[in-house]
Structures are given as C-alpha cells and as structure tokens.
Design a protein around this ligand. Structure first.
Ligand code: AP5
Ligand code: MG
Length: 188
C-alpha cells in the first residue's frame, strides 16, 4: 500500500506518519525532511534551496520529483511508501500519478489533515522550542500556511475525482487521529 498524507504546516503529517510506519510497516518519505537533510549536509542542492525553504515557499517541482523517484524506483520500498508533504500542487499530483504508474504501483489512499491557522501557530511555536527548525519562526510559519492554501485546492479536487480522498480532523488529539486513520487504512 502507498499512502499520501497532506495538510498545512503543523497539521500532524510527521506525527501521524510515525504512527502509521510502525503500525502498518511502511516507510515515511517526507520531502521536507529530505530537503532539510540536504541543507544540513551543505550539499550543492542544499545551498540552492535553503533560502526558499526558510522563506516558506515551495522548491521546484523538478527537485522534489527527483527525490521521490529515487524511492519509487527502489524495490525495497515498493508499495510501502507514505508520501508526507508531497504532492503540494497540481503539477506534483500529476507527476506522482505518472511515477507510480511508471513503477507499476498505485496510491491507495490520500489523507488530508485539516487544521486552522490558529492551531498551526500554536503548534509551531511549541515545536520551535524543542526542534529549532529555522522555518518555524511565526512569520515564516504563516507564510507556509499561505503557500499551502494557494496551491492545494486543485490537489484536493484531483484526489476527490480519483475517489481516494479522506478528510481527517487534525484538531483532534493525536491518539484520536491515530484511531481514525487506522480505521480508514484497515477499510481499504
Ligand atoms: P515540511 O517539512 O513538510 O513542513 P510543513 O508542511 O510545513 O509541515 P510540518 O513538518 O511543519 O508539520 P507536520 O504536518 O509534519 O506536523 P508535525 O507532525 O510535525 O516542508 C518544509 C518545507 O520544505 C516547505 O515549506 C517547502 O519549502 C519544502 N517542501 C517540502 N515538500 C515540498 C514539496 N512537495 N514541494 C516543494 N517544496 C516542498 O506536528 C507539528 C507539532 O504539533 C509537533 O510538535 C507535534 O507534536 C504537534 N502535534 C501534532 N499533532 C497534534 C495533535 N493532534 N494535537 C496536538 N499537537 C499535535
Ligand atoms: Mg513534517
């Protein structure tokens, strides 16, 4: 099974992916984490993207598609991927659709975690104390939220049309969301 999880910053994509990884023996592919690793390692790619990420904007579709193709083409992860934070716009949704077909796989379920901007601000400011992510400054977190809102509508429509979209209330407690997601996955 391959699964997509998306939602605004602080929606709980990473938190819920961790839980799904353990319970369903899948592999989490967070494009945000892969990109932050490039920045940390000061790779050529890392140098190119750090100002974009720290400004709350999206890096280019080509860069993230290349990253995810590495995983989709690896037999070790075949039908075992959680796409955390990908796709984020319609072009990426189409790319993902083509790539899964190219590697003879499919997306089985798409989870959208919905949370308000107020919740985003609260969660990000709390996480900032612990994790010190550079883009967790309140102003940048708001920019990330706006970037999300600007791009996501056609992605939602794309997955609705394919009958894959499940909307999950991201405002509930972590364990309540765990249970809701488990039930949705088990029902596939
Ligand atoms: P990315 O790393 O994906 O960041 P994001 O989308 O802003 O999401 P976060 O990781 O901040 O939040 P999350 O939903 O994972 O929440 P979490 O579980 O940590 O992307 C970063 C950047 O990389 C982007 O801005 C962009 O520049 C670039 N990028 C990435 N993907 C890209 C793509 N496809 N295309 C182009 N560019 C891309 O939870 C947050 C906090 O809340 C935690 O402290 C957690 O403990 C807490 N929490 C979680 N759930 C709950 C709950 N239910 N109740 C209470 N607290 C909770
Ligand atoms: Mg995350």
């Amino acid at each position: 099974m391959n699964l997509v999880i998306f939602g605004p910053p602080g929606a709980g994509k990473g938190t819920q992916s961790n839980f799904i990884v353990k319970k369903f023996n899948l592999h989490q592919l967070s494009t945000g984490e892969l990109l932050r690793r490039e920045i940390k390692n000061q790779s050529q790619l890392g140098k190119e993207i750090s100002s974009i990420i720290n400004d709350g904007k999206l890096v280019s579709d080509d860069i993230v598609s290349d990253l995810i193709e590495k995983y989709l083409s690896d037999d070790k992860f075949k039908n075992k991927l959680i796409f955390d934070g990908y796709p984020r716009n319609l072009a990426q949704a189409r790319r993902l659709d083509n790539l899964v077909k190219k590697y003879d796989q499919k997306i089985n379920i798409v989870l959208k975690l919905s949370v308000s901007l107020e919740t985003v601000k609260k969660r990000i400011s709390e996480r900032r104390v612990l994790e010190k992510r550079k883009d967790d400054d309140e102003e940048i977190a708001i920019k990330r939220y706006v970037t999300y809102e600007e791009n996501i509508k056609p992605v939602i429509d794309f997955y609705k049309h394919l009958n894959l979209l499940k909307i999950v209330n991201g405002e509930a407690s972590i364990t309540e969301i765990n249970s809701e997601i488990s039930a949705l996955i088990e029902a596939i």
